[in-house]
Each structure stands twice: as C-alpha cells, then as structure tokens.
Design a protein around this ligand. Structure first.
Ligand code: S3P
Length: 167
C-alpha cells in the first residue's frame, strides 16, 4: 500500500485549502486533480464542461486520478465527483489513507457561493443542488473513507489538528 493521503468530499468541503496545509505539515507533495486537468488542457473546468460536456470531463478526470493515485508520497485533493466511478473509488482506496471532509449543504454553499468555477452549481437553487448531490454521493464518500472529519463551522487550524491527531 502506498502512503498517500487522499481527500474526498463535496465542493466547498475544504479539500484544497486543508490539503495544501496538511501536505506541508506531513511533508507530502500536494496535488489537486482539478488543477492537473486545467494545467493539461490549458483551460478552466467550466470550459471543459462547455466543450466536452460532463462526460468528457469525467474521462479526463479518470485518467488523471489513475496517474496520481499510482504515485507515492503525495496528498491528493480529488474533485467532488471523482468517487462516482467504480474504477476511481478502487484506485483512491488502494492509494492510501482516505479522508472524507464532511459538511452540510448549507455550510458548503457558504464557502462556494461567490465562486464561478463550478459548472454543477449554475442552477436556480444551488443549496438544493448541493443537498441532492450530498444524498447521492454520501454513500460513496463513506465507502472509500478511512477517516471522516466534519468541516462545518470549524476553523482550518482546528480541522488540521483533528486530522493530525487521528492519523
Ligand atoms: C465537481 C467538483 C469540482 C470539479 C467539477 C465537478 C463535482 O471539484 O471537479 O466542477 O462533480 O462535484 P471540487 O470538488 O474541487 O470543487
């Protein structure tokens, strides 16, 4: 088993913010699967959704998750929907310690409401969309998780300490 740490959870759960700081503390190399996709294509995620649809994005995401989970000594922040594919879940689980950053739809919305970079949030009622996504995806996050960490109201430092204590 590789000694990686993989963060899973919905948009706004804090995967990138917490991941970057946790990686520094644990001396792991930080990767964000969305950022890798953007670097490779040279365009932002919403453009990929516009041009290739969600299906095209998921293909790219699977390729990147396969490559990153095969590396060693990394901390990987995954896109919120990466756990939808069986193949991704298997690779994520086999790659190291999986941490599910868990928050309610209301808390998630507070964190992402000003951010235009998430195509799935361009709906008439984004909080309801988040509730629906949470309901559909929570079983998958739970399935892959070794650790479940609540990230609702807590400050980043408190969350980091909690993860550190439980690892
Ligand atoms: C998605 C989450 C996004 C990004 C894409 C799709 C999802 O990543 O991969 O917009 O399906 O939940 P974050 O979870 O980093 O926002």
């Amino acid at each position: 088993m590789q000694h990686n740490i993989i963060l899973v959870g919905l948009m706004g759960a804090g995967k990138s913010t917490i991941g970057r700081q946790l990686a520094r503390r644990l001396n792991l190399t930080f990767y964000d699967s969305d950022k890798v996709i953007e670097e490779r294509t040279g365009v932002p995620i919403p453009t990929i959704f516009e041009v290739e649809g969600e299906a095209g994005f998921r293909e790219r995401e699977e390729q990147v998750i396969a490559e990153l989970t095969a590396m060693q000594g990394i901390l990987l922040a995954t896109g919120g929907g990466s756990i939808l594919r069986d193949s991704n879940r298997e690779r994520i689980k086999a790659s190291g310690c999986v941490i599910y950053l868990r928050a309610s739809a209301d808390h998630l919305f507070q964190r992402i409401k000003h951010d235009q970079g998430r195509p799935l949030m361009q709906t008439a009622n984004p909080v309801q969309t988040l509730r629906d996504l949470l309901k559909a995806r929570e079983p998958y996050y739970m399935e892959v998780a070794d650790l479940i960490i609540p990230t609702g109201k807590q400050k980043v430092n408190v969350i980091l300490r909690e993860i550190h204590n439980k690892l």
